[in-house]
Design a binder for this molecule. Structure first.
Ligand code: ADP
Length: 363
């Protein structure tokens, strides 16, 4: 049997459990031994009880749960070669030569590096006598498939990352709630949503919640935004609207690259037009709670595709990431997608907003 291990790494997101479940069951269905690695790369480095064989029933009753039941972590040790050496030894000890990693771009970058280093890690383990010559031969290939779990939808290559849809449900519900109380008191609500450097959650929730104004990192507002914003609010009030909603992406910036915060926006409104204004930061409620039907299905499909991709991979094939293109699951080269995602961040840092939008494309 070809041992497959599945683990979740970096920030959690809704739908990760569906992906874990489907990896495990597809692997068992195909006659493979399948393992959980708990606590992300930390569990791989530490080994021991963190690496356990999964059974069909081990993944019962998790599809409806948010977060990731096998744990996730940020792991400094894995960023250094000695940590990766320990991780390699633990995989071989458990007979694992295939990995399904569910995480964000950081986790996928780490996976790619691990794969590139694999044969030199084996050389080192073998020269130190930590693995046998037989093991070195048997495990000379490591195959890796990535799935993107993130609420931010900030990964180039896939239309939707696992967790985004659930986060949107959470945001829409929360904004609807503030809208009704804002109506009673004729207030303005500024709602800060997550997304790091990606404005997807802000853009979609602004449309869905009839926001009056929106701030996203990819398109910083003109320098006279305070006047434009206030004029928009007043226009809405004059047209009979009793409340206003402003959606602010946590990564929002002005054209000089300085952050735009909720308190800044509030001060502009209170000073200029004296409307009763409140700031609500949604925070981690966006990342928690039950996954939506869409994220459950997305996780299921991607998990199954990942295992199939591993079984079909040629030895030493470059790692792929399972992506959603339209309604199709497709395999894309992992590193190209990671590089493109990083280029978006760089374009934003260089204040080349249009280039960032072009690079990100559909996602
Ligand atoms: P995300 O996967 O959500 O983007 P991080 O960027 O925090 O989250 O990455 C999660 C973990 O992946 C890190 O704690 C580290 O263990 C590993 N990792 C990230 N980048 C690298 C890298 N360049 N080399 C090795 N490991 C990495």
């Amino acid at each position: 049997g070809r041992g497959i291990a599945v683990f979740t790494s970096g920030g959690d997101s809704q739908g990760m459990n569906a992906a874990v479940r489907s990896c495990v069951r597809m692997a068992i269905y195909l006659g493979c031994k399948v393992y959980f690695i708990r606590e992300g790369y930390q569990g791989m480095v530490d080994g021991g009880d963190n690496i356990v064989e999964a059974q069909w029933a081990s993944v019962s009753g998790i599809i409806h749960k948010g977060g990731t039941v096998i744990g996730s972590a940020r792991c400094m040790e894995f960023k250094e070669r000695p940590g990766r050496l320990k991780a390699a030894k633990n995989l071989i000890k458990n007979g694992i030569s295939n990995l399904v990693i569910i995480g964000g771009d950081g986790s996928l970058t780490g996976a790619n590096l691990f794969r590139q280093e694999w044969s030199s890690l084996l050389d080192e383990l073998s020269s130190k006598g930590e693995i046998t010559a037989d093991q070195k031969m048997k495990f000379n290939h490591l195959n890796i498939v990535g799935l993107v779990g993130s609420i931010d939808n900030d990964f180039c290559g896939t239309d939707m990352t696992i967790g985004t849809d659930s986060a949107l449900h959470r945001i829409v519900e929360a904004v609807d709630a503030t809208t009704s109380t804002a109506f009673s008191h004729q207030r303005v609500f500024i709602i800060e949503v997550m997304g790091r450097h990606c404005g997807y959650l802000a853009l979609i929730s602004a449309i869905c919640c009839e926001a009056d104004y929106m701030f996203v990192p990819e398109e910083p507002p003109p320098d006279n935004w305070p006047e434009l914003l206030c004029a928009t609010l007043i226009q809405a009030r004059n047209a009979g609207q009793r409340q206003n909603t402003i959606i602010l992406s946590e990564g929002a910036i002005d054209r000089q690259g300085n952050p735009i915060t909720g308190e800044m926006v509030k001060k502009v409104i209170v000073d200029a037009v004296e409307l009763d204004t409140r700031v609500t930061v949604l925070g981690h409620i966006q990342r928690g709670g039950n996954p939506s039907a869409f994220d459950r299905i997305l996780g299921c499909r991607m998990g199954a595709e990942a295992v199939i991709a591993l079984m079909e991979a040629k030895p030493d094939a470059d790692p792929v990431v399972v992506s959603l293109e339209g309604n199709q699951a497709v395999m894309l080269p992992l590193m190209k997608c990671v590089e493109k995602t990083k280029a978006v961040g760089q374009a934003m840092a260089d204040k080349n907003w249009q280039m960032a939008i072009d690079l990100r494309g559909k996602s």
